[in-house]
Design a protein around this ligand. Structure first.
Ligand code: ATP
Length: 242
């Protein structure tokens, strides 16, 4: 790429990274008990492409005592512990979907769904309703804190953001993300690019997010996180009247 083109694309990237104005498109979180509406904690989704650093960012929110639901880990656990889910997965993918020890045969399933959109959609249609129920139950069980965080790699792709009061997107330049994943997973560059191609690009996700965190390894993370944390506390107080 020529120097001037590189400069233009850098400026474009930086423009996209300007903290987006929190949108008031989400309704205020309410919980109805016996017909009476009770205000609940804000539910905030956090996402980012592979290698963006969303888990790293969540670890900092954990230090601030924010309860965090790690959707991918929870999905893996539910696929083992939830009897109904196990049966549905076996019906769709065969007995080999689980090992003799009862563990999920992840390489087997990943191999089937990676290049088969119909099978991927089928898996999602089985897992997502159970995840939705589990996530809502978990959120309602949290009593401490101004908001909860739900970390999900495919928050926007799965339309999970529509259930959140606010969303945070973690972004980093593609080359940085690739380098991180190559180091972390010992994968090949082609494998990383193939995984990336299954996710929405940052350019597509940025307009959907309420807050953006730049984790390029240069911009300090803590001040960005504290600023969003304070804003969320403020929104929680204003909208929920607490
Ligand atoms: P994935 O979706 O692939 O699980 P992720 O978005 O959750 O990724 P992390 O696991 O948080 O990303 O980060 C990917 C790798 O990059 C990790 O090894 C992490 O330690 C490293 N990393 C993340 N942020 C930074 C940073 N600011 N400086 C240095 N290393 C970082």
């Amino acid at each position: 790429m020529s120097k001037s083109r590189a400069k233009v694309s850098k400026i474009k990237f930086l423009k996209l990274l300007v903290l987006t104005v929190p949108k008031e498109r989400h309704p205020v979180a309410h919980d109805t008990v016996m017909g009476i509406k009770h205000k609940t904690m804000l539910q905030v989704g956090i996402t980012g492409g592979i290698g963006s650093g969303k888990t790293t960012v969540c670890k900092i929110f954990e230090i601030l005592n924010i309860p965090i639901y790690y959707a991918d880990d929870r999905a893996k656990a539910l696929m083992v512990s939830n009897e109904l889910l196990r049966e549905e997965i076996k019906e769709a993918f065969g007995q080999e979907a689980y090992t003799e020890e009862g563990q999920l045969n992840r390489p087997y399933i990943a191999n089937i769904v990676f290049n088969n959109q119909t099978k991927l959609d089928q898996l999602n249609s089985i897992v997502h309703p159970a995840m939705y129920k589990d996530g809502q139950r978990w959120h309602k069980s949290q009593k401490n804190g101004p908001y909860t965080l739900k970390e999900a790699a495919i928050l926007f792709e799965s339309k999970g953001h529509e259930l959140m009061d606010k969303t945070i997107l973690v972004v980093a330049p593609k080359e940085v993300r690739i380098a991180r994943v190559l180091q972390r997973d010992k994968a090949t560059k082609e494998e990383v690019l193939a995984r990336m191609s299954k996710q929405m690009s940052d350019q597509e996700k940025i307009p959907l997010a309420d807050f953006i965190i730049l984790n390029d390894g240069k911009a300090p993370l803590v001040p960005q996180i504290l600023k969003i944390h304070d804003k969320l506390i403020d929104i929680n107080q204003k909208t929920l009247g607490v």
